[in-house]
Design a binder for this molecule. Sequence first.
Ligand code: BGC
Length: 366
Amino acid sequence: MKKWIKLTASAAAVGMLMTTAACGSSRGESGTKSSQVSVGISMPEQQLERWQIDGNNLKKKLESYGYKVTLQYADGKTDLQSSQIQNMANNGVNYVVIASIDGTATGSAAEQAKSSGAKVIAYDRMVMNTNAVDYYATFSLTEVGKMQAEYIVNKLGLKDGKKGPFNVELMSGSPTDNNAKYYYQGAWSVLGQYFKSGVLQSKSGKVPKTANDYRSIGIDNWDQQKAQNEMENRINSFYSRGTNHLDAVLAPNDALARGTVQAVQSAGLNYYPIITGQDAEQASVQDIVKGEQSMTVYKDTRKLADTTADLIKDLVDGKKPKTTSTFPNGNKNVPSIMLTPVSVDKSNVKKEIVDSGYMTAAQAGL
Ligand code: BGC
């Protein structure tokens, strides 16, 4: 916190000068030459393939419009992300695109960017509890959770009246990520009724009473190793050979799905349960092809990058960006663009992932 205050104070003078120079108006208004437009992109981390692809796609697209782009990754550290955003603001960027590690923690940095005259766009994850966010672009969050849950329901034949009871283990995403809440709400809106009727159960007992208690089964930082440890514990305690059959695991993204696959292997189960995922990362697409992970929710990051870049271009050109809805951030309803994700398993992996050019057949393991 102290470090932040120092940085803010030392940067304030520069920020004030810049605001004055801009005569209090937003930079990058209509009539601006594209080479004068600068955009700062703040990505959460590089460990996960998806953020590397997001960052590169977005940078490339914005540069194709002639804008100057600074792309920074925050290594999963909230303080680092805030200071990177503050530096971008101090360097006079016109637009800041933020994919937060912790949407609440980035609020103050977003406010600083806003007060230095930049427009703030929340990317994939909302920046919470501040009026500083101008726009939000993401994939429909609840839809991701619904698709994962519906996959489990369909594969277990619950809509055909199968009564089980089936054993399903649940995880949710990082407790600091606002998205985790919406994914779990989506999943629970489908699975909740079956847990209530007893058709689904969890031998570990780790079933939040309501969707709002999702943090109790959250995996910090969406960490693959933590998911693996968690699932190894549950499998060893409740599903080791000769005891209960593990029918499905709700793994909210591909990293957690791969952790689950590892846990299944190291705990020595001689079968794979249904395992969900999200992001269509290369390693997980290959696991789907091999039959180890069952499905993923494919969010074409090229589309999210294009949408965000076009939103910025509209603002530069003085046009009002087309939004699809608004999304609450605790302070305001932020004008938002919600893209539609696609459920992918072995049956449509070639069509959706390879034929669309997202990956080559070799990368997909086909
Ligand atoms: C994103 C997911 C991603 C997860 C972990 C979420 O906010 O929406 O696509 O898998 O973060 O990085």
